[in-house]
Design a protein around this ligand. Structure first.
Ligand code: MG
Length: 269
């Protein structure tokens, strides 16, 4: 059922942004670019180059999909100085990495399903980036050319299971525990962006990417020294202070200034 994107960003900018979406239209999947309240179709996936077709449709005739086709989602833990201070933890000397499976992905507007196995499920607002081309062992200076664009990500976490298991795979990997979207902005500047989580209309995380421990070029270089990154792979850059629990029925939004709003509702299984 079409849901469109009209409610996700009320103040849709007119020009000078390139917001790439993947979407369902008349039961078929497409890539496109948001232009005001309409969608301009792409002729092919956008990673190598952005080539438009002549087709357009109304924004309210589509259903958004996750705007990346990830072979993996690589996430960074403890990457905000203010979050480390909040936890009373020393700053890490190297990035702390973990993975989520692509089966955890859910688009803007989709449901986060609260698992029966979990006693506490938290939101974590994060800025994520999408990889443009296959990269392996690149230098930080090469990272900018390897990034296709930026999007919002919610690193949903079963906090009790994270503590109980001693490692994070189960806690981070339930289906729907990785909302991403609503689009990839290819011109977003990630260096000093306000990032917030808003639960049921109340701001619960409010920080800036200026507080990163490891900057994005370093992260991309570091991760590429471990694993080959492929077009459409997602890297998430960690969460600021203020993580907290969700309940079924809640609406949770990751709001990154100048980028967009990723809004999802929590449902009981
Ligand atoms: Mg996180």
């Amino acid at each position: 059922m079409p849901s469109g994107f009209g409610t996700l960003v009320p103040d849709m900018p007119e020009v000078s942004v390139m917001r790439i979406i993947r979407f369902l239209y008349q039961q078929r999947e497409y890539w496109g670019a948001v232009e005001g309240q309409t969608v301009r179709f792409l002729a092919e996936p956008p990673f190598v180059r952005i080539r438009f077709s002549r087709r357009r449709c109304a924004g309210n005739a589509i259903r958004l999909l996750v705007p990346a086709t990830a072979s993996k989602i690589v996430l960074v833990g403890l990457n905000y100085r203010d979050h480390a201070a909040e936890l009373g933890m020393p700053l890490p000397e190297e990035p702390v990495l973990f993975l989520k499976p692509p089966s955890a992905l859910v688009a803007a507007g989709g449901l986060i399903r609260y698992p029966a196995a979990a006693g506490r499920v938290d939101y974590e607002a994060e800025l994520a980036l999408v990889i443009r081309r296959r990269i392996r062992r690149i230098k930080p200076a090469q990272a900018e050319g390897a990034v296709f664009g930026y999007t919002c990500l919610n690193d949903v976490t079963a906090r009790d299971l994270q503590k109980r298991d001693g490692q994070w795979t189960r806690a981070k990997s339930f289906d729907t525990f990785c909302p991403v979207g609503p689009w990839v902005d290819t011109r977003f500047s990630p260096d000093c962006a306000r990032i917030r989580a808003v639960r049921n209309g109340i701001t619960v995380q409010d920080s800036s990417t200026a507080h990163f421990v490891f900057p994005i070029p370093y992260l991309v270089s570091y991760i590429s020294s471990i694993m080959t990154l492929l077009p459409g792979d997602i890297i998430s850059t960690g969460t600021p202070p203020g993580v907290g629990p969700l309940q079924p029925g809640d609406t949770i939004a990751v709001d990154i200034e100048g980028l967009g709003i990723l809004r999802n509702r929590v449902a009981r299984r």
